[in-house]
Design a protein around this ligand. Structure first.
Ligand code: SF4
Ligand code: SF4
Ligand code: SF4
Ligand SMILES: [Zn+2]
Length: 371
């Protein structure tokens, strides 16, 4: 059972990381912040990653994501992907992807597969090969190492081990990545970690892949925490829009303080970027250009968070698909239970009440009994 370091309340729904209860995060963030930063510090040091985004006015600026690191000599960016060596940024860049990739037969367990062309045939015949799920076709999944967030529940946390020595890495060029796409590949999904920290690489890869594909369907999608540079987001929108793909935003929390407590970083950029993509939906309503999801972290991402996120999405466009995802204990949040059936279905009701037309519960098999 966890105990809040501030108010000393004990509960199964308080995790040792961040070590603070939801009420204190919301109502007493000034005091809670100290403990929250301490918790994140430990999780970063365990992987030799910088505790917070470096801000050295004399350093080199990287503005690929919300962190806008200013990196001094011999120091690393927050994501661990690039370092200032001899006053040059060395590491992953537009020509050098720090990534792994694999093919997945369609339909996949992609977060949007309940509503996208690969999973349902939506957009046939312009954007899907089949009227239903695209059996016989495959998805190229590109996992970018490194992330702009530090979620305490990270379900893909292993990339931290893979960051390693940037001087000895085997990087993948956009040309080599695009070359493996064959006529049975009907979509690409860039995810990670988070693709935000290596967006120029995925944009270049996409351009090459779209040029090579001739007249066939090749959808291009991203799955992200939404923290990317706004100008690069314009490029993403264009590529996803033209190819029949989508941009999947993981909206972790509504309350900024909670986002910082859980993920170490503000969600302001994410929400602004989400609204920007939403403004393009009317240009191509189907298949959906924008898809949202939220992980229902017990004790932290409660009904209030889902209500506010739902109202936000609904105010932009009621047809944006929203997926509520069941949580399972992971990374530094091993001490929390899985999401209960009651929690998930209450949140679904709330999202529908906020006016959203397409609400889905993902990972149903993970839900535990209980209210
Ligand atoms: S991608 Fe983001 S976190 Fe990584 S170095 Fe650039 S600004 Fe920092
Ligand atoms: S990559 Fe895009 S089209 Fe393919 S399964 Fe995922 S969301 Fe659907
Ligand atoms: S945004 Fe995703 S990959 Fe990054 S830390 Fe959070 S859960 Fe992990
Ligand atoms: Zn408390």
């Amino acid at each position: 059972m966890g105990e809040c370091r501030l108010c000393h309340k004990k509960s199964l729904l308080i995790s040792e990381y961040p070590g603070i209860c939801l009420e204190c995060i919301r109502n007493d963030f000034k005091k809670a912040k100290f403990y929250i930063l301490e918790a994140h510090k430990k999780t970063r040091e365990d992987f030799n990653l910088g505790v917070s985004p470096p801000k050295e006015p004399e350093g080199i600026l990287c503005n690929l994501c919300v962190n806008e690191c200013e990196i001094k000599e011999n120091d690393m960016g927050f994501c661990g992907l690039r370092k200032n060596l001899d006053r040059k940024l060395v590491g992953a860049d537009s020509q050098k992807g720090d990534l792994t990739f694999y093919f997945d037969g369609l339909p996949t367990n992609c977060v949007a597969s309940w509503i996208c062309p690969g999973g349902t045939g939506l957009g046939f015949p312009e954007f899907s090969y089949q009227k239903g799920p695209e059996y016989g076709y495959k998805n190229l999944a590109v996992f970018y190492n490194g992330c702009s967030f530090n979620c305490l529940f990270c379900q893909n946390w292993h990339f931290r081990d893979a960051l390693g020595n940037i001087k000895k890495k085997n990087f993948v060029s956009p040309e080599d990545l695009a070359r493996i796409i064959d006529e049975k590949t009907s979509c690409i999904c860039y995810f990670g970690g988070d693709p935000a920290c290596q967006l120029p690489h995925s944009i270049l890869t996409s351009r090459i892949a779209l040029k090579n594909k001739k007249n066939r369907i090749l959808r291009i999608c991203w799955e992200t925490n939404g923290s990317m540079n706004e100008k690069l987001l314009d490029e993403m929108i264009k590529i996803a829009w033209e190819s029949g793909g989508c941009i999947k935003f993981d909206l972790k929390a509504w309350t900024e303080e909670l986002n910082i407590a859980l993920c170490g970083v503000s969600n302001k950029r994410t929400l602004d970027n989400f609204a920007k993509v939403a403004s393009y939906i009317k240009e191509r309503p189907l298949p959906p250009l924008l898809v949202a999801s939220t992980l229902l972290v017990p004790g932290y991402v409660d009904e209030y968070e889902v209500e506010k996120i739902s109202e936000f999405i609904s105010s932009l466009n009621k047809d944006i698909p929203y997926s509520l995802l069941a949580f399972y204990p992971c990374f530094y949040m091993q001490d929390l239970p899985t999401t209960t059936h009651g929690h998930a279905f209450r949140c679904r009701e709330i999202a529908l009440k906020a006016g959203l037309n397409k609400v889905h519960i993902g990972n149903l098999q993970l839900l535990s009994d209980g209210y």
